[in-house]
Ligand binder design. Structure first.
Ligand code: MEV
Length: 450
């Protein structure tokens, strides 16, 4: 638990409890372990998150209202409405010694509960520790029609300083904040249509995801590269295989906290299959992306860019592999690690435009895009651990069933408390269908009419 100053009181509780106000004003007890969080109604959950994260009244109402159509109309073309996805909070995360509440936007039941559960199990050994390579992206410039591609490659290297300066002039703000071109790499690639030279512009994008910055730079360099090499430039675009923007996370899960040594062994067996079998690796990595995509979406970042990066990185060895590793340490506990590209930003894109995304960033308490990428890696590891633990013990269906049963009960026409009663019966019977829900509704009606 850490202490932080609290400057806001979005719900006016301080007026009702003046002593509490004094105490809370001086120190805020920040924790991601909010007891009974899942049992609260959504509005109470939001209050609790607001208090923990220091959200103001305006931010709270933005979460309640969501994205308005006129705001959406400024984001994409031909808008006719907004498509809403549930936003939940995963609790219990301790990341690099900091308590973090994780906003997750997802339509899939059980994902947020599983992440919260996994994070709780990581706490007794200190939670998640993370590292990263920094916010560095690549743009590619493809030069074709070259008689002597290796000579062209050398010519590009001879003009490296000039090209670096030209590119940096396109984004003086980025340079001012310590970013800009870090290096230029040049490859000769033999393709189906003959050899081509591909220039990689390596750019530190600081707090931007970087697509706009590096695409602008790549387009600006294209005419000069044609002059230097005598070739013809076609593609000039970012690479989503962001292998210089890696985020990593590690956690130890104590055997006693996760169901014993058999569960540790089961998880290691499951992970070993995902390392060598692409059929399993695809599902294993899908589970990781359940967590990652939910945070990327909640923070208004480009989910497709992060997914393309993750899956291409998983294939870098030439075979599609899992993005996590699991080992047993000397104490017999489970050690999980993850490493993958996480190209996300805090400036540009939808992050500063989408009102809920802005608030999600505040809830996370991140100060830089790099911070955000490392938290996302930790969530990916945690989500994967939670899925493997379920698979190595009771299976995942039990967890899925209770929400699924509620959906089915509602589909059958059950209302209010009836939904929970019918869902509980169907889950206990392991018979979840609209027909069964309808039968149970009739039974309950008959009983109450007797
Ligand atoms: C379901 O969305 C994700 C899982 O299939 C992941 C896994 O199998 O590791 C449970």
């Amino acid at each position: 638990m850490v202490f932080e100053p609290l400057k806001v009181d979005p719900f006016g509780w301080n007026k009702v409890f003046p002593l509490r106000a004094l105490f809370v004003y001086i120190v805020r007890l920040v924790t991601s372990r909010i007891s009974g969080f899942y049992k609260l109604p959504p509005s109470e959950r939001l209050k609790a998150v607001a208090e923990q994260s220091g959200l103001g009244t305006e931010e709270v109402s933005q979460v309640e209202k969501g994205l308005a159509v006129d705001q959406a109309d400024k984001m994409v073309e031909n808008v006719i409405g907004v498509f809403q996805v549930p936003l939940g909070i995963a609790t219990n995360f301790l990341i690099d010694g900091r308590e973090v509440l994780i906003p997750m936007a997802t339509e899939e039941p059980s994902v947020i509960a599983a992440a919260s559960n996994g994070a709780r199990m990581a706490r007794s050994a200190g939670g998640f520790s993370t590292s990263s390579t920094g916010p560095v992206m690549r743009a590619q410039i493809q030069i074709t029609g070259l008689a002597d591609p290796f000579a062209a490659r050398q010519a590009v290297f001879l003009h490296k300083d000039e090209l670096t300066q030209m590119a940096n002039e396109k984004d003086p703000m980025l340079v001012k904040y310590g970013g800009g071109v870090e290096d230029i790499e040049v490859y000769v690639i033999n393709s189906r249509v003959g050899p081509m030279v591909v220039v990689h512009l390596i750019v530190d994008c600081r707090d931007a995801m970087g697509a706009n910055a590096v695409n602008t730079m790549a387009e600006a360099l294209a005419p000069r590269l044609e002059e230097i090499t005598g070739g013809k430039v076609y593609l000039r675009i970012i690479s989503n295989l962001a292998d210089k923007r890696l985020a990593r996370a590690k956690a130890v899960f104590k055997a006693e906290d996760i169901g014993g040594h058999e569960v540790v062994d089961g998880i290691i067996q499951a992970a070993a299959l995902a390392e060598v079998d692409p059929y399993r690796a695809a599902t294993h990595n899908k589970g990781i992306m359940n967590g990652i995509t939910a945070v990327v979406l909640a923070t208004g970042n480009d989910t497709r860019a992060v997914e393309a990066g993750a899956h291409s990185f998983a294939s870098l060895s030439g075979r599609y592999m899992s993005l996590t590793r699991y080992e047993k340490n000397r104490d017999g506990d489970l050690v999980g690690t993850i490493e993958l590209p996480v190209a996300v930003g805090l400036v540009g894109g939808a992050t500063r435009v989408h009102p809920v995304a802005k608030t999600a960033v505040k809830i996370l308490g991140v100060k830089s895009a790099d911070d955000l990428s490392r938290i996302i890696a930790a969530v990916g590891l945690c989500q994967n651990f939670a899925a493997l633990r379920a698979l190595a013990s009771e299976g995942i269906q039990r967890g899925h069933m209770s929400l699924h049963a509620k959906n089915v009960a509602a589909q059958a026409g059950a209302k209010c408390d009836m939904i929970d009663i019918i869902a509980a019966r169907m889950a206990a019977e392991r018979r979840i269908s609209v027909d069964r829900a309808a039968e149970l509704m009739e039974e309950l009606d008959e009983r109450s009419n007797r």
